[in-house]
Write a new protein. Structure first.
Length: 150
């Protein structure tokens, strides 16, 4: 079953259960998917799971940025709401690698590519994005690579 169908089913289920914390977020996800379809002139049902994952990652990043702003402003009520939305979105994303797994993967790819300096970072990032794009947090990856290739 496609990721889009899973999200739609979860939305219908939460509407039936009147779960007021889940269905607004799921509606936002469905809306973002429809907006992407319109922007890319895609036909109905033609989005790949990878495209939906990228939409969800973008939504997650937006919420993380909002969380930082709410922490600085001392708005615990809004912070809690954003954190709930992040956890709902994360249910549909592939499990991310831990910090240790990220380091091992980066070291492996650096060795395979033969990178020796920070100038080779682009090659390493290209391979990582192609092979591990779903499961790596690239904000952490760039720090790890810079650390290794000092």
């Amino acid at each position: 079953m496609s990721l889009e169908k899973k999200i739609e089913e979860k939305l219908n289920e939460s509407l039936k259960n009147k779960d007021k914390t889940v269905f607004p977020t799921l509606r936002l996800i469905i809306s973002a998917i429809k907006d992407f379809k319109i922007a890319s002139k895609a036909k109905e049902g033609s989005l790949k799971d990878q495209e939906i994952i990228s939409i969800l990652k973008k939504m997650n990043k937006q919420r993380n940025d909002s969380c930082e702003a709410y922490k600085k402003a001392g708005r615990e009520d809004l912070l809690k709401k954003e954190q709930e939305e992040i956890s709902i979105i994360n249910n549909f994303l592939p499990k991310q690698m831990s910090e240790e797994e990220t380091k091992k993967t980066c070291q492996k790819v650096i060795g395979a590519v033969g990178a020796t300096s920070i100038k080779d970072m682009g090659k390493v990032m290209g391979v990582l994005k192609k092979d591990y794009g779903d499961v790596l947090d690239f904000s952490k990856v760039s720090k790890v690579i810079k650390e290794i290739l000092k």
